[in-house]
Design a protein around this ligand. Structure first.
Ligand code: SF4
Length: 87
């Protein structure tokens, strides 16, 4: 699935935006710092961004996220992925 065309209401802008916009609307065409929070219910945005970004860029994006709840979710996903790769 290519999620770039998916749309949702942007809580920052107040109108509909496509996921493709969210991927590049940050400073220097980086992803929006809320990209995980806004899209996790629609598709596996963590895996998608991990596949699209370098490890350093993904870590930087994860660190920019403001809500501790979603940070915990990413941490849980990483822990599950680490466990799965060890099996
Ligand atoms: S990720 Fe950013 S630009 Fe995209 S909908 Fe959420 S707040 Fe808006």
């Amino acid at each position: 699935m290519e999620p770039e065309g998916l749309e949702r209401r942007c809580p920052r802008l107040g109108g509909d935006v496509a996921f493709g916009y969210c991927k590049v609307c940050g400073e220097g065409r980086t992803p929006c710092f809320k990209v995980f929070d806004c899209w996790w219910e629609r598709f596996d945005v963590v895996a998608h961004m991990q596949a699209c970004l370098s490890p350093d860029a993904f870590d930087a994006l994860s660190a920019r996220r403001p809500q501790p709840k979603m940070t915990s979710l990413v941490d849980l996903i990483r822990q599950a992925q680490a466990r799965a790769s060890q099996d």
